[in-house]
Design a protein around this ligand. Sequence first.
Ligand SMILES: Nc1ncnc2c1ncn2[C@@H]1O[C@H](COP(=O)(O)OP(=O)(O)OP(=O)(O)O)[C@@H](O)[C@H]1O
Ligand SMILES: [Mg+2]
Length: 94
Amino acid sequence: MTGVSSGTALRAHRVSKEHGEDQGLVRAVDEVDLEVRAGQSVAVMGPSGCGKSTLLHLLGGMDRPTDGEVWPAGHRLDMLGERALARLRRRSRP
Ligand SMILES: Nc1ncnc2c1ncn2[C@@H]1O[C@H](COP(=O)(O)OP(=O)(O)OP(=O)(O)O)[C@@H](O)[C@H]1O
Ligand SMILES: [Mg+2]
């Protein structure tokens, strides 16, 4: 991962999220790669429980990945603190 090319609105690199622990552990998002260009529309589709909401929370900075990286417009989300995340959410327009 070397960064974000121009025209890229959002990029996810091998992003994963696990909920719960031990026997109750659920890998809701498993190493998702995604690049969305500025102005591009993307639909997230799949059966109930496949991880759509979890993925959108990760991409929107509402939740933190267990592994992997999320880059909205050049920022690496998993490296930002709570205040910086809140500032980014306030400034960003879909
Ligand atoms: N906070 C949580 N704690 C434990 N498990 C969770 C949590 N949130 C989601 N999960 C589990 O993670 C998996 C993915 O859930 P998620 O809500 O992301 O699916 P979804 O595709 O949005 O489903 P739906 O179409 O019903 O909205 C499911 O197995 C769910 O039970
Ligand atoms: Mg959902």
